[in-house]
Every structure is written in C-alpha cells, then in structure tokens.
Design a protein around this ligand. Structure first.
Ligand SMILES: C[S@@+](CC[C@H](N)C(=O)[O-])C[C@H]1O[C@@H](n2cnc3c(N)ncnc32)[C@H](O)[C@@H]1O
Length: 296
C-alpha cells in the first residue's frame, strides 16, 4: 500500500495544516515538565515560564515552582486541545510521560506529570482509558545529587522509591470508532492471540532497545521502536493517519511507514530534520515523504 508522510517543522500548539477530524491516532512523547533537560525549551515556548524561572532564581520562592509546573502543563495542554480537534470520532491518543522529582529549597518533591496530563486531556474533552506502564531501566530519584538513599544505607525512613516506570496514557475522543461490516483494512490489521495477550497487559517490560540509539536520539529521549510499533498496531488500521505532535527523531513516522499507515509529525526544533530524514529514509519504499516548513 502506498502511504504518505509529512514532517512539519512548526509548533504543534496550533496545527492549521490539519483539518478537523482528519487523524485516526496520536502517538507521542512530549518534553516532560520539571525535568531539567527540558527547562530551556519550555521557556522558549512560553515567555511566562522564562520569567518565572528568573523569579525563582532570584527569590527562591517555593510557590514559584508550583507556578512553573502549572505553566509547563498549560503549554502542553494547547497541543492536547489541538489534537482533540484533529482526531476523528473514536480516535485514540497515546501519551508517553514520566513523573519528575526535584529538590527546591531543601524540599524534595514529586511532580506527578501523568495526573496533570490526564486532567488537561479530560478538560479538552477526551475520555481517559486504562493506561499502560512502561517499566524501563531505573531512573533513581536524586537528593542534592546524592542518589536516592541519602547515605542512609539500610536504615529507615528517609530513602525514596525508585521511579522505574513511565506512563503511556490512553484517551479516546467521543464514542467507539465505527467501521463498515467486514472492513478489509481492519481485518488485514488484526493482531495474533500472542500479541493481544502481551500488548494488552498493563506493564510493558521493554528494556535495552535504546542501546542502538545515537547520542542525539538519547539527548532528546527518543522512545523505543517496539513501544510505537505496538501502539500503532493496537489502535489503528492500515491506511489510517497517525499524528505525532512532538516528533523528535521521527520514530513515529518510521513505524507508521513500516506498518502501512500514513503519518504527520510536528517538530519545533529544525536542527532535528537531518536525523528525522535519516531515520525514515530506509523505510521509504512505497512511502511519499514531504517536508513542510511553516511560513515558507
Ligand atoms: C521527548 S522528545 C520526542 C522524542 C520522540 N518520541 C522520538 O522518539 O524521538 C520531544 C520533542 O518535542 C519537540 N517539541 C517540544 N515542544 C514542541 C511543540 N510545541 N511543537 C513541536 N515540537 C515540540 C522537542 O523539540 C523534542 O524534539
């Protein structure tokens, strides 16, 4: 099957290139609020966050941290609202997100990003579905850069639990998706019993896939192919269109190509374009790839 793929170099808070109800599935992993590596990008996307970060540096007020956390989620929520607009009735949105921990003014705190994303998506109109937990190689919470156990060894009570799962949140727009009876694309897209039993269980233990990732892919926290492959196979049929509004290295387009789905990816950082092209190039048989730079 011939499929079409678009890389759009632009901010996905607005997606004027896409009409209402034109997308069947969204699969994405946004920048995670309160994870240091994404602070600068949130500040660039939202000047209010840049101002608050400055205020925090000068005043050290704890309430400013909460304001930053709120503003980061509001920044992401604009994309969730746009996604709701472009999805078809019954379309599914899959959002990979991890919680964050940070110490401010000697107070160690958890920032439960997954619950904020659920709240914003519900407000945008989505229905929350049972979600997946991706068990990954451990990210130990750090306190003053010293690691999770604070030098307490085996003594209670000051050590922290390790955050070794990320969330893959699942949402639906509206009612169940409808198909004509015996729809050939739907039947051609069936999964096996073994795949169903493995994929529809809540905990996905997917490790080691990143060992092959380049340094740049690691820097932007690209997700493993296997996660995207499963989500595309579970929640779309051949010939559908899959959207990734935070495209990064292009994993979603690559897996859409492999699975005979069309795709659209938005990426704000134009320096990632060569990486995206490289990642998708070898899968391009029967795939038409277009690059759009908004404003050009
Ligand atoms: C966590 S990375 C995505 C990694 C991706 N899943 C992969 O496998 O490579 C998030 C990406 O979203 C991009 N980004 C952040 N905010 C954006 C926005 N508002 N519009 C478009 N892209 C955005 C960042 O530049 C970054 O490349």
């Amino acid at each position: 099957m011939q499929t079409e793929h678009k890389i759009i170099i632009a901010n996905s808070q607005q997606m004027p290139e896409l009409s209402d109800s034109s997308i069947h599935l969204m699969v994405t992993s946004p920048p995670y609020p309160m994870i240091k590596m994404w602070d600068a990008q949130f500040a660039a996307l939202n000047p209010q966050i840049a101002n608050l970060q400055q205020e925090l540096d000068t005043t050290g007020k704890e309430e400013t941290v909460t304001k930053i956390y709120d503003a980061m989620h509001e920044t992401l929520a604009r994309t969730w609202r746009e996604t709701f607009r472009v999805l078809i009735e019954g379309g599914i949105a899959c959002i990979n997100i991890g919680d964050a921990t940070r110490t401010v003014n000697d107070r160690f705190r958890l920032f439960p990003n997954h619950s904020r994303v659920i709240e914003h998506c519900e407000k945008a109109g989505f229905t929350t579905l049972p979600y997946l937990l991706w068990k990954k190689p451990t990210t130990k919470p750090k306190y003053k850069g010293k690691g999770a156990f604070l030098g307490s060894g085996f003594l209670p009570p000051n050590a922290y639990v390790t955050l070794d799962c990320e969330f893959i949140l699942l949402f639906r727009k509206g009612k169940l998706r409808k198909f004509p009876p015996k729809d050939p694309h739907r039947y051609e897209s069936a999964f096996t019993k073994k795949q169903r039993d493995e994929w529809f269980t809540q905990i996905w233990d997917i490790t080691g896939t990143r060992q092959t990732a380049s340094q740049l892919e690691r820097r932007i926290a690209s997700f493993p192919d296997e996660i995207v492959n499963r989500l595309i196979r579970m929640f779309s049929v051949k010939g559908d269109t899959v959207l990734d509004p935070f495209l990064g290295s292009g994993t979603t387009i690559k897996l859409a190509m492999q699975n005979e789905r069309n795709s659209v990816g938005y990426e704000a950082d134009k320096t990632l374009l060569p990486l995206i092209k490289k990642k998708t190039a070898s899968h391009a048989t029967n795939c038409k790839l277009t690059v759009i730079k908004r404003g050009n």
